[in-house]
Design a protein around this ligand. Structure first.
Ligand SMILES: Cc1cc2nc3c(=O)[nH]c(=O)nc-3n(C[C@H](O)[C@H](O)[C@H](O)COP(=O)(O)OP(=O)(O)OC[C@H]3O[C@@H](n4cnc5c(N)ncnc54)[C@H](O)[C@@H]3O)c2cc1C
Length: 351
């Protein structure tokens, strides 16, 4: 008998499993290693929604946790994957400069947006209207973290690589069992795969496809993250992550010519340098219609839980949500209405 079965080793599943490990709980983790938004992600974390200049829900709490959680994982796995790094927003007009000044003046954003516009010169990059600096930013290299985490789970004998067969799950009021594994609880963290899960597939997860490229730009020499229409993240050896697109219609994780054109046009709109495309990736973000996460227990059983809806901000949200779900299950602490699936009428729990 283990304490938990966890389905999924994306950012959500890893964060929850780590919480279990910290609390001395036992677990088996299952993942099909098929579709993963986390593996494709740019991995950037940033406390401000730059498109609308709004702050992020509970961002200070999220940042405080992430700043401890990911470095601790690096130490445990003996890898490097957490890169605090400056982020600059490229300003493209006088109007954008004025918007920046106004945003930096707002009490909820002033801690995160520098009030001055910086003039930097980078050959081949049009920075004529300057740059606005965002504080408390960086990126997580998910492509290094996730394989290392799966390997660690295998080494400690807690990992099964398989597609979860929902018909094989048996549950009672006291426990669940799945193909000979008995557990007190099961937590599903399947990202967009949740739509196959009969316990939770009526939740309003709609999914937003994103495409991203790794490009090599030998003469750019940029050591900070740069957000224009697209973003660039320097990952070493003249390589950069170039992202990302948003597509609400296509739910496949296949890279497309249209996605490539959007990213490359975005790059060419402010950079006049030779580059080479190294890789082109696509995934579906687990976004929810009301843009809020999905945490809670199934209607069928108080042993079956969901951790999903990380949307466009999995890196910062994952450790925070894992804590919230753990405290809900183990310590009976109510979930905030903003993240609970029980905010939806059809998931209201009977008293
Ligand atoms: C192009 C792109 C760029 C992005 N950039 C950023 C960014 O810069 N910053 C940021 O914070 N977020 C970013 N995101 C969003 C981020 O990827 C997500 O918020 C987050 O990774 C979701 O994690 P998850 O664990 O919920 O889901 P996933 O990462 O999708 O993980 C789900 C896991 O469950 C497994 N699974 C599913 N169903 C089953 C089943 N039936 N049986 C067994 N296993 C199963 C899958 O194999 C997968 O490993 C980006 C996403 C995309 C696509």
């Amino acid at each position: 008998m283990v304490d938990y079965i966890v389905v999924g080793t994306g950012l959500a599943g890893i964060a929850f499993t780590e919480k279990l490990a910290q609390e001395g709980k036992t677990f088996i983790v299952i993942d099909a290693e098929e579709r993963s938004s986390s593996l494709v992600a740019g991995g950037m974390y940033n406390p401000v929604v730059l498109k609308r200049f709004t702050d992020v829900w509970k961002v200070n709490e999220q940042l405080a946790l992430a700043d401890v959680f990911y470095p601790a994982l690096e130490a445990k796995l003996q890898i490097k994957c957490w890169y605090p790094m400056d982020l600059y927003r490229r300003l493209a007009s006088v109007e954008e400069q004025n918007n920046w000044f106004q945003a930096a003046d707002r009490p909820n954003l002033s801690a995160f947006l520098s009030p001055e516009i910086e003039k930097k010169k980078i050959d081949g990059v049009d920075l004529s209207f300057g740059l606005g600096k965002v504080n408390a930013t960086g990126y997580l290299e998910t492509d290094d973290l996730i394989p290392a985490y799966r390997q660690y789970l295998s080494q400690i004998g807690c990992y099964k690589k398989e597609s979860f067969d929902y018909d094989a799950l048996v549950y009672t009021a006291e426990d669940v069992s799945y193909k000979g594994i008995h557990a007190r609880n099961i937590v599903f963290a399947e990202g967009f795969g949740m739509l196959q899960n009969p316990f939770f597939n009526t939740l309003p997860l709609d999914g937003t496809k994103g495409e991203l490229m790794i490009v090599k730009i030998p003469n750019l020499n940029c050591d900070f993250m740069l957000k224009a229409g697209v973003f660039l993240i320097p990952i070493g050896n003249d390589h950069y992550k170039l992202g990302a697109t948003y597509n609400w219609e296509d739910k496949t994780d296949v890279p497309t010519a249209a996605g490539a054109a959007e990213l490359l046009d975005g790059l060419r709109s402010f950079i006049d340098l030779d580059f080479e495309v190294i890789e082109h990736l696509a995934g579906v973000r687990p976004t929810v219609k009301d843009r809020r996460p999905l945490l809670g227990r199934s209607l069928e059983s108080n042993r079956i839980y969901v951790l999903n809806g990380l949307g466009t901000r999995g890196v910062l949200l994952a450790p925070y949500l894992a804590e919230q779900l753990y405290n809900y299950i183990e310590n009976n602490i109510a979930l905030d209405e903003n993240i609970s699936i029980h905010r939806y009428k059809k998931f209201k729990l009977k008293k």
